[in-house]
Design a binder for this molecule. Structure first.
Ligand code: 2U9
Length: 383
């Protein structure tokens, strides 16, 4: 702001110009026919220009500049205050004062604009001086798919490449598709293998994606090959089990489908996920919907099947050199009967937990990492 009172534009004390124009310096000789009081006003107006020039020279910020502009040119500013005295002049004297006011306004505006441009240029130069183009940029944060989703997609792609279709079905299932059609009638002891979350007597959260294959068989004739990825639910919660996890199960049915097809397909699959040098072994096992059944082990992807990494025992395979990856078998004829398939067809089926495959593939030691939603962990797997 321009200083008011004794040190500023109005040197004859407070209030300034309007109340006591007497002390203002007369900078010009009075034009002919212009009286003393008109001349005082003209002189006061003209005096604003050098005063403003000085004030602008001292203003070091755009904010100070704006305050000055309001003080001089604003609706209640200095020029307006001087012009408020116009009615007290004789009508003949008013035009000369008005013209001076216009001319002073124009010059003041020009002074402001040029000082503003200089200050802005200074500001920009200062910003550029501080700008370091060698500092690496901050990349915007990008979300990524969950590792379970990524591995599930990868597995589906592999089976698609082997000629399988992808099938899906409801997570809330009826007992028939989840158990009965799969050779597990009520009271069958195998139902205990998959402790179930029931909604009603007959409605439950599916404990595996097998009902999807059962539904597929009811809707399609053989030959067929499908994989069913998705969420499954069990009454199970401890360090290595969660009430919800992801499975991918597969089924191939046709004429003359044998254990050899099963072995070939699953060996191709594990080598696509874990690498071409991965060894595969089949161990006899039991599942209610397959006979014979087997569990598949692969050579440990952490230690390469040696059981040790250097001198240290391998924590993934616990020094055995093998890790279990999935279950499989030839579909039990009772399952084909339940869905009305002819007795001559044969087929194989398999199932795996996606979190388990993901843990083995990436050497993740703790299942809880999948459910803690720590984006620093989850973001590492995006491609
Ligand atoms: C139909 C007939 C047979 C699916 C199969 C497995 C073996 C199996 C488990 C591995 C670990 C699930 O994730 S896990 O808990 N699954 O071992 N699943 S055979 O067999 C079928 C499916 C559908 C109609």
């Amino acid at each position: 702001m321009l200083p008011r009172g004794g040190t500023g534009l109005f040197r004859c004390g407070t209030p300034p110009l309007a109340a006591s124009p007497c002390a203002l310096p007369l900078t010009k000789a009075a034009p002919r026919g212009i009286g003393k009081s008109a001349m005082d006003l003209i002189s006061a107006l003209e005096g604003l220009v050098p005063e403003l020039e000085k004030g602008l020279g001292q203003a070091s910020s755009l904010e100070a500049l704006e305050a000055l502009r309001v003080d001089v040119l604003g609706r209640k500013g200095r020029i307006a205050q001087i012009m408020a005295q116009l009615p007290s002049l004789a009508p003949a004297e008013r035009p000369a004062v008005g013209q001076t006011a216009n001319s002073v306004k124009e010059r003041c505006n020009a002074l402001f604009e040029s000082r503003k441009a200089a200050l802005e240029a200074g500001r920009e130069a200062e910003a550029l001086r501080r700008f370091d183009p060698s500092i690496p940029g901050r990349a915007p944060w990008r979300g990524s798919l969950h590792p379970t989703t990524l591995v599930m997609e990868e597995i589906c792609q592999i089976f698609k490449g082997l000629g399988f279709d992808i099938a899906s079905g409801p997570e809330v299932e009826i007992d028939y598709y989840n158990f009965e059609a799969l050779n597990m009638p009520p009271e069958h002891p195998a139902r205990d293998m998959q402790d179930t979350l029931y909604i009603t007597d007959k409605v439950l959260m599916r404990t595996h994606t097998s009902p999807v294959q059962a539904r597929t068989m009811l809707n399609r004739k053989p030959p067929l090959a499908v994989v069913a990825p998705g969420k499954v639910y069990r009454r199970d919660s401890d360090l290595t089990h969660t009430p919800m996890f992801h499975q991918i199960e597969g089924l191939m049915v046709g004429d003359g489908i044998s254990m050899a097809h099963l072995r070939g397909t699953l060996t191709a699959f594990v080598r696509a996920v874990f690498g071409a040098e991965t060894q595969v072994r089949f161990r006899p096992s039991f599942f209610p919907f397959t006979e014979p059944s087997a569990e598949v082990d692969i050579s440990c992807c952490m230690c390469g099947g040696k059981g040790h990494i250097g001198d240290a025992p391998c924590r993934v395979c616990k020094t055995t050199g093998w890790v279990e990856i999935l279950g499989c078998g030839m579909v039990d004829p009772a399952v084909f009967e339940a869905v009305g398939y002819p007795a001559e067809v044969s087929g194989f089926a398999f199932g795996m937990g996606v979190e388990r495959v993901t843990m083995l593939k990436y050497g993740i030691g703790d299942l809880r990492m999948f459910f803690e939603n720590d984006v620093r962990f989850l973001g590492q797997f995006a491609r």
